[in-house]
Design a protein around this ligand. Structure first.
Ligand code: NAD
Length: 486
């Protein structure tokens, strides 16, 4: 075990922690855990590599080549990475493969984008002035990721950060560190110079020490709202840049004129893929009167048939929750929904059988009769739980969909093209899907309104997060102006 990577050297720090398979509760690996000393060493290495090293003076094409070589290595090791992601997070192997393919595409996208936008010439309105905007890297970036899409969320940060010429210190979630360790090894194999990519492991206090470190210029964080608030507060000291991708409470609005079977099928996927542990999960179904009762009955019947199990079993359709602690939190929300008067239509309990005894499983759960004052409708549950609210008019649907402090994503299902555009235009969410759910594109911005975060990942804005803009102004024919007469 040599899991920390600092200044090009793998090391094994003092404390070690267990990584569990959520389907069995068994320890699959032990990993090293950084202390303050390692945080100092990693930030120091990134600082030196940025200030003195050749990395930021490489051409954008060279940096793009590093990303392209990394993408090729991700393809080579796809199966191993997908299995590791499945073991570590509990997601199905199929989802693990999709994740690794998505990660590869993110690296390819930023490999292509590096250097495409070299800044711009500005018309200064004078024949004797050359004015241009150039992009430069920000410096040392602390990149902190959550446990639900460990490698994918990290790739959204590390690929553009490197493409822009920054040096980075990575910290995956303590719950799911394994694929990020592997990614750092692949970046090293692809030729990342020492100090350019550093890896720290450990729980929140390690992340907090990174964020507080004065050697860090930028923090990019994906995770929960409460942690985001702490990070923003810490980054205020020294006025460091911060990008936050936080939670969501995402509305999935189904009009009676929608293609019924397709909307139903996608509503299940939106709510229960990866056991609902998705920031953009369609956790809040908002269904129009005309189809509401039938939709809820069909949704509950199909939810009851979802095969829950070990992600590596090919028969499994959705896996366990990531930890016992997280399952207990989700169960707490189920209890509160029952206490607040929501009607349980499916699930609400752990699956029964010897194969489920030690893992952190929970049945896909459907509540109807939900109202906007219930905690289960307002707060991010982050588990296999969908609530159903009912509406009559289009304006009611929009009001319900926007009645959240979050604003990450939402969907509208209708066969009326004008209504689709109207509703999409009215939703205060960073991504709106029309007659679809969950797709995202590396070339399209991702991020939230309101409490869902600050900044955008992916697309050209995802690169701009890691760049400073500098105005270079040249007077090509300076002559004395005699500002002062003496
Ligand atoms: P979390 O906030 O508990 O932890 C995220 C990361 O932050 C982990 O690496 C953790 O160790 C670290 N951390 C914890 N405390 C810290 C501190 N004080 N300072 C610095 N780092 C600290 O989140 P989680 O439970 O791992 O992930 C689930 C959350 O992530 C959900 O709210 C989900 O919506 C959100 N998420 C959002 C997106 C998005 O794109 N908006 C994507 C995935 C997940």
């Amino acid at each position: 075990m040599k899991d920390l990577h600092i200044d090009g050297i793998w090391s094994d720090a003092g404390n070690h922690s267990d990584v569990l398979n959520p389907a069995t509760g068994q320890v699959i690996e032990q990993v090293a855990e950084a202390g303050r000393e390692e945080v100092d060493a990693a930030v120091g290495a990134a600082r030196r590599a940025f200030d003195a090293g050749p990395w930021r003076r490489t051409t954008a094409l060279e940096r793009g080549e590093l990303l392209r070589r990394t993408a090729a290595l991700l393809v080579r090791d796809r199966e191993e990475l997908a299995r590791t992601e499945s073991l570590d997070t509990g997601k199905t192997l199929g989802e693990g493969r999709i994740d690794i393919d998505d990660v590869t595409n993110v690296f390819r996208y930023y490999a292509d984008l590096a250097g495409k936008d070299a800044g711009r010439l500005v018309d200064a309105g004078s024949a004797t002035v050359v004015s241009r905007i150039v992009h430069e890297p920000v410096g040392v970036c602390a990149l902190i990721a959550p446990w639900n899409y460990p490698l994918l969320q990290m790739s959204w940060k590390v690929a553009p950060a490197l493409a822009a010429g920054n040096t980075v210190v990575l910290k995956p979630s303590e719950v799911t560190p394994l694929t990020t360790i592997k990614l750092v090894a692949l970046l090293e194999e692809a030729g990342a110079p020492p100090g350019v990519v550093n890896l720290l492991l450990g729980p929140g206090h390690v992340g907090a020490a990174m964020v507080e470190h004065p050697g860090v210029d930028l923090v990019s964080f994906t995770g929960g709202y409460a942690t985001g608030e702490k990070i923003m507060t810490a980054a205020a000291k020294g006025v460091r840049r911060v990008a936050l991708e936080l939670g969501g409470k995402n509305p999935n609005v189904v009009f009676a004129d929608a293609d019924y079977d397709t909307a139903l099928d996608y509503a299940l996927m939106a709510a229960f893929v990866h056991s609902g542990q998705v920031c953009s999960a369609g956790a809040r179904l908002i269904v129009q009167d005309g189809i509401h009762d039938r939709f809820v009955a069909d949704l509950a019947a199909r939810a009851d048939r979802i095969r829950v199990g070990d992600g590596l079993d090919p028969a499994t359709e959705t896996g366990p929750l990531v930890s016992a602690q997280h399952r207990a939190k989700v169960e707490g929300y189920i209890e509160s929904a029952l206490a607040e008067g929501a009607t349980l239509r499916a699930g609400g309990k752990r699956p029964e059988g010897p194969e489920y005894e030690n893992g952190f499983f929970l049945r896909p759960t459907v509540f109807s009769g939900c109202t906007r004052d219930m905690a289960i409708v307002r707060e991010e549950v982050f588990g296999p739980v969908v609530t159903v609210e009912r509406f009559t008019e289009e304006a009611d649907a929009i009001a319900l969909a926007n009645d959240t402090e979050y604003g990450l994503a939402g969907a509208v299902w209708t066969s009326d093209a004008s209504r689709a555009q109207r509703v999409a235009g009215a939703l205060r969410h960073g991504t709106v899907w029309i007659n679809d759910y969950h797709p995202y594109l590396p070339q399209a911005e991702w991020g939230g309104f309101g409490k869902s975060g600050i900044g955008r990942e992916l697309g050209p804005s995802g690169l701009a997060e890691y760049q400073e803009s500098k105005h270079v102004y040249q007077n090509i024919d300076p002559v004395p102006q005699h500002w002062f007469k003496g």
